[in-house]
Design a protein around this ligand. Structure first.
Ligand code: PHE
Ligand code: NA
Length: 452
């Protein structure tokens, strides 16, 4: 069975998991959420949920993958059988697959915007452009379903190609080149922002904790973001964990993933805010922060076209290394369950997510605000899909915590988590009580907000 594949090197799981974790969530979503939901206060809540919820569930999810050695759906079926637990737990695999599918559909569209901006930057088209020109340009992109579909198609096809080549020739080789390059680019952008931006203002904004400025929606967004950024609850980490060799320390790897992911988000936030503050622009721009405000900042700075182009290549690379981890769990499932070849399985997924992605494409034009779709649902299809994934991820995370904390026995779990008694006790306490309680609380509190 293909589930017996393992990564070539000890460190490959960490490489792959960091590739999955570091993505649009760090470079695009984290900075704009921080800008919208009150800076440091948001970061504080986000850090708390990463520690008390994110890391324990990350450990649990890797563990489920590594013990089952199969795709999330088949793996959960296998685990419920061998541990004689309720079949309800199988829904972890299905919820994850559904969430992965939905996320991939919009992730690809947004990553497509980055293709557009890489091109604009490197050709120097935006040099010296004013705010009006740049925001008109973004509006023009959003109003062109055809152009957006072209980029969306390119991105999803490229990601699919990597996964179709297999976990060694495709995923491993791609990550081995891409990930080091991404870290170097991030440092270049940071250095550039220190020289040309207002790094003091950025640091001040990120580190001023004013909890009173955080709404309940902010709490929900922080929790959703901590799942999204660590790739939790979507089977991505479970699928990669299935290929992880048993000698590697699971706990240490999980903590490393969380630290690296958080550092990348903070560095990206610092660099982006430094450039935006330095250019005297408004940070509370929502999703447009990266595509309007940042290009504007680059347009006015020396060598901005080049550094901006390199920055958008970073965004693209980070997005691809994440999207392949969203394709992998479902691809592995189709291969195991229906005996498809890998390329066939990938083709099915790519075509299906491509089609659903068109809903996100039209959310910005044909079905935007003021159209019948918006009138019926009160929001765009993209916003609905995002909202749905913001619920699905915590829900599946909640079930992972409960399954690992309560359905599996302590002895079974101890085998995989070769750590000190103290760390083990701490993990078990968090995963049994704190993480489920926190997730359930935020999910419940978010219900009134959902229909508002
Ligand atoms: N963690 C990725 C990011 O921060 C998004 C992602 C979610 C990737 C789930 C894979 C699975 O952008
Ligand atoms: Na991330």
């Amino acid at each position: 069975m293909s589930g017996h594949n393992v990564w070539t090197h000890k460190g490959t799981f960490l490489l792959a998991a960091v590739g999955s974790a570091v993505g649009l969530g760090n470079l695009w979503r984290f900075p704009y959420l921080v800008g919208e939901y009150g800076g440091g206060a948001f970061i504080l809540v986000y850090a708390l949920t990463i520690f008390a919820v994110g890391i324990p569930i990350l450990i649990a999810e890797i563990m489920l993958g590594r013990t089952s050695r199969q795709s999330p759906i088949m793996g959960m079926r296998h685990l419920t059988k061998t541990h004689h637990t309720s079949r309800t737990w199988e829904s972890i695999g299905w919820l994850g697959a559904l969430a992965a599918f939905l996320i991939l559909s919009f992730y690809s569209v947004i990553a497509g915007w980055a293709i557009h901006y890489t091109w604009l930057m490197l050709t120097g088209s935006l040099v010296g452009a004013d705010a009006q020109t740049i925001s008109d340009g973004f509006a023009l992109l959003l109003s062109s379903p055809g152009l957006m579909t072209v980029y969306h198609t390119l991105f999803i096809a490229g990601s699919g190609l990597i996964v179709a080549l297999g976990i060694h020739t495709g995923i491993e080789s791609a990550l081995r080149i891409m990930m080091p390059a991404l870290f170097i680019i991030l440092l270049i952008v940071l250095a550039y922002s220190v020289i040309h931006g207002d790094i003091a203002a950025a640091a001040d904004f990120l580190l001023t904790f004013n909890l009173a400025s955080l709404s309940i929606e902010g709490w929900l967004q922080a929790m959703g973001q901590s799942f999204f950024t660590l790739s939790l609850g979507m089977g991505a980490i479970m699928a990669y964990g299935a290929y992880m060799t048993s000698e590697v320390s699971l706990t240490r790897t999980a903590i490393a993933i969380a630290i690296i992911d958080t550092l990348v988000a903070m560095v990206a936030g610092l660099a982006i805010f430094a450039l935006v503050f330095g250019a005297g622009l408004d940070i509370a721009q929502g999703p447009g922060l990266m595509f309007v405000t940042l290009p504007l900042a680059f347009a006015e700075m020396p060598m901005g076209a080049l550094v901006g182009g390199v920055f958008f290549i970073l965004v693209l690379g980070a997005a691809i290394s994440s999207s392949i981890s969203l394709i992998e769990p479902v691809a592995a499932y189709l291969v195991e369950r229906f005996d498809m070849t890998r390329p066939q399985a990938v083709a099915v997924i790519v075509i299906a997510t491509w089609a659903v992605g068109l809903l996100t494409v039209v959310s910005f034009n044909i079905w935007a605000e003021g159209t019948f779709f918006h009138a019926i649902w009160g929001r765009s299809a993209f916003e609905l899909i995002e909202l749905l994934t913001n619920v699905l991820m915590p829900l599946s995370g909640l079930m992972i915590a409960l399954f690992a904390g309560w359905a599996l026995t302590q002895t079974e779990v101890k085998k995989e988590l070769d750590t000190t008694a103290m760390w083990f006790a701490m993990w078990r306490f968090l995963v049994r009580f704190i993480s489920p309680a926190a997730v359930a609380y935020v999910l419940l509190r978010s219900l009134p907000f959902m229909d508002g």
